[in-house]
Design a protein around this ligand. Structure first.
Ligand code: HDD
Length: 722
């Protein structure tokens, strides 16, 4: 039996500890220290930055959390080389204890997220409407931290499910933190916050079985939805291609609720907030989204990270819709109902600023995980509306941070701290990291001149709204129309988008085991649009159309709202997009060079894919390394592909399933494909047809033009959509 070695001079246990002094040694004791706090001595030194600077760039010594230098980080303290571990090993216990507590409760919703730092820049003053400096100082750059998220899945789940995306922006303004906690769709499922726990329970994994994860396609969600007609407008958005975005950089954001702007006199104007991506709005197709789950679970996070690292900073325009109380009275819906949009034909968007995300967080946990958004974080000049969903949210977010971040001092975590001065008499509590000085921790006080006081001139004032009425659990009659805007949405879409929406409903409901739930949902769809209900019923193979569910108020026809479409809003550009070029031994060097040059000059990122990561020897004898190995780099991670193969390689790859899938998926996902003669056997094996998106690799210009769009005309050849 092998015996453990006894420690020798060379073993880690007996290695001499590196007994280097920090570059800047601190004076011992208080000798030489001025009375009172010593900024150098008292400054917190965390696990990294500050300490490393202290060490003057030398490697810092490993210590316990008490600052004791650790001599051996490989072996725990044992009674003899093969003896038991000793309880007195405080180094082992501290390390394991800390590790055991590394995880904090994940967010109940929006657990999976990716975030970045950046800035907001105002391009047009809104001083006429608001006193908020954020919206009045043109050219001023306000730092922001923006977190995007899926809603249903847990923290470790996938990036590309069919799901609404969170779009939360923390503005670190000069007047305090302002959080705009929105989504990538402008409406919500429910009208009243009291229904939120039910909604979330219904879409999370079912409680008895613990699945399905990160999807809405199951009985409990559709049971709830089919009994909640107010959700129908949101369902239209959720089943549209908006919820399978191509990139976080290519989706819109919405503040959802109406808020108020308040000017210096306290006059109020209602405002709705919009983010519009510079790269245009683009989605995947459903089959592609599902295959992306297999190709890359971190597809969106990686895309955001890589674009920022490459200096292609994601950017959005910031726009507002402004309307008065009187204008709102004349709308044919209640704008306080969060299941409604204010169509742009009624109130046009005004672009007043832009947001640029230009820095990836230094540490995922410290920033992306610990950031705490709250719709109640407002600054002077902005106020809430009476939207009952918003009112409930004002309680929920603060409350959830108490459990998630462990106590009331989460505002002291660096990512949550205001960047303007802040001071008050709130004290103590778990994880207090500040050290307030002096005797005064109350107000009014006279003992300390510099203790903070309220200031009516610059402070926050609420809108002096007058609301009366009997107390009660009342849903206003103006909230009763659940179907007009749902119908408006569906009828405003282009034909392929309508087909995708119908297919999405068929897909989701086909995962529902309970027939009466499917039938009731189709019954609700009859209130939205008869043809949609029929398509879904047909797609599910129902023998007859289920009876309609009685509507409190039948849908009214509204003018189409073109702004809800995605088709036509994809930008005619390759900027921010990725091209994959598949090569193998003998691929034509000149064509590869020409395609790469054309794609890169058009703004795309080009990746070379080959059966082996080492790459292949090209026609000119040069070795071309690959960025991705074929089996691990399928075509779904690209916006368009080119296939450059010698005749021999084309014949070989036509029998290689990863290569066949590469071209077959590019074809069915409506992408442009450039190919040379050698690639033809592979294209044939992948059943790639002919259309305007299939171009000769020698014609780089034609490829670039085709790559800028999806080949929508191809779709009817490929899928019998519901
Ligand atoms: Fe919420 C998180 C957006 C309704 C309760 N919500 C959360 C996040 C976003 C939204 C983007 C993630 C923030 C982050 O990145 O950390 N939520 C919305 C929108 C809503 C909405 C646009 C409707 C217009 N939410 C809503 C209601 C309630 C909540 C009605 C409860 C009454 N939301 C929460 C929460 C979360 C949250 C439980 C989970 C984690 C967190 O707050 O910090 O408090």
């Amino acid at each position: 039996m092998a015996r453990a070695r006894t420690p020798t001079a060379a073993s880690p246990r007996t290695q001499p500890s590196t007994d280097r002094k920090p570059a800047k040694a601190k004076p011992a004791g208080s000798a030489g220290r001025p009375a009172g706090p010593d900024p150098e001595f008292d400054a917190p030194r965390g696990n990294g930055g500050e300490y490393q600077q202290q060490a003057g760039g030398e490697r810092p010594r490993l210590t316990t959390n008490q600052g004791v230098v650790i001599a051996d980080n490989q072996n725990s303290l044992r009674q003899g080389p093969r003896g038991p571990a000793l309880l007195e090993d405080f180094i082992l216990r501290e390390k394991i204890m800390h590790f055991d507590h590394e995880r904090i409760p994940e967010r109940i919703v929006h657990a999976r997220g990716s975030a970045a730092h950046g800035y907001f820049e105002l391009t047009r003053s809104l001083a006429e409407y608001t006193r908020a400096k954020l919206f009045t100082e043109v050219g001023e750059r306000t730092p922001v931290f923006t977190r995007f998220s899926t809603v249903a899945g847990s923290k470790g789940s996938i990036d590309t499910p069919r799901d609404v995306r969170g779009f939360a922006v923390k503005f670190y303004t000069k007047e305090g933190n302002y959080d705009l906690v929105g989504n990538n769709v402008p409406v919500f499922f429910i009208q009243d916050a009291i229904k939120f726990p039910d909604l979330v329970h219904a879409f999370k994994p079912e409680p008895d079985r613990g699945f399905p994860q990160a999807t809405n396609a199951h009985d409990t969600l559709w049971d709830f939805i089919s009994l909640t007609p107010e959700s129908m407008h949101m369902i239209m958005w959720a089943m549209s291609d908006r919820t399978i975005p191509r990139s976080l950089r290519m989706m819109e954001g919405f503040g959802v609720h109406s808020f108020r702007f308040l000017d210096h006199e306290g006059h109020s104007t209602f405002v709705k907030f919009h983010w519009r991506p510079k790269l245009g709005v683009q989605s995947t197709v459903w089959d592609e989204a599902m295959k992306l789950q297999a190709a890359d679970n971190d597809y969106h996070r990686r895309d955001l990270f890589e674009s920022i690292q490459a200096g292609d900073f994601p950017e959005w325009e910031f726009a507002v819709q402004l309307f008065t109380e009187e204008e709102a009275e004349a709308f044919p819906f209640d704008h306080l109902d969060p299941t409604k949009i204010v169509p742009e034909s009624l109130v046009p968007l005004q672009v007043v600023g832009r947001m640029v995300l230009d820095r990836w967080p230094d540490n995922f946990f410290a920033e992306t995980e610990q950031v705490a958004f709250c719709p109640a974080n407002l600054v002077p000049g902005i106020d809430f509306s009476n939207d009952p969903l918003l009112q409930g949210r004002l309680f929920s977010y603060l409350d959830t941070q108490l459990i998630r971040l462990g106590g009331p001092n989460f505002h002291q975590i660096p990512v949550n701290q205001p960047k303007c001065p802040f001071a008050n008499q709130q004290r103590d509590g778990h994880m207090q990291t500040q050290v307030p000085r002096g005797r005064v921790n109350y107000e009014p006080s006279s003992l300390q001149e510099d203790s903070p006081r309220a200031d009516a001139a610059t402070g926050f004032h609420s809108h002096a709204s007058v609301d009366d009425g009997a107390k009660g659990r009342i849903r206003p009659e103006s909230f009763a129309d659940h179907f007009s805007q749902a119908r408006m949405f569906f009828r405003s879409l282009e034909a392929p988008e309508q087909a995708h929406l119908a297919s999405a409903l068929v897909f989701e409901l086909s995962k529902v085991e309970t027939p009466k739930v499917r039938e009731r949902l189709v019954g609700q769809l009859r209130n939205v649009d008869g043809s949609l209900a029929e398509r879904v019923a047909d797609g599910l193979g129902m023998d007859m159309l289920p009876p309609g569910v009685p509507a409190a108020m039948p849908a009214q026809d509204m003018p189409p709202a073109p702004e809800v479409r995605i088709i036509g809003r994809m930008k005619d550009t390759l900027e921010g997009r990725r091209i994959g070029i598949l090569i193998d031994e003998g691929s034509d060097a000149a064509t590869l060079k020409a395609l790469r040059k054309a794609a890169e000059s058009a703004g795309a990122t080009v990746k070379v894919v080959a059966p082996k990561l080492g790459g292949a020897t090209l026609s000119d004898g040069r070795k071309q390394a690959a960025d991705g190995q074929l089996a691990g780099t399928p075509s779904q991670v690209f916006d368009a592909v080119a296939v450059l193969l010698s005749e021999a390689a084309g014949r070989k790859l036509a029998k290689e399933s990863a290569a066949v899938d590469f071209v077959a998926n590019a074809w069915t996902h409506l992408k442009a494909i450039a190919s040379d003669d050698g690639a033809l056997p592979l294209l044939k094996a992948g059943h790639v047809g002919r259309d305007a998106g299939i171009v000769d690799a020698a014609d780089a210009r034609a490829f670039i033009a085709a790559a800028k769009t999806r080949q929508w005309a191809r779709e009817p050849k490929l899928r019998s959509l519901a």
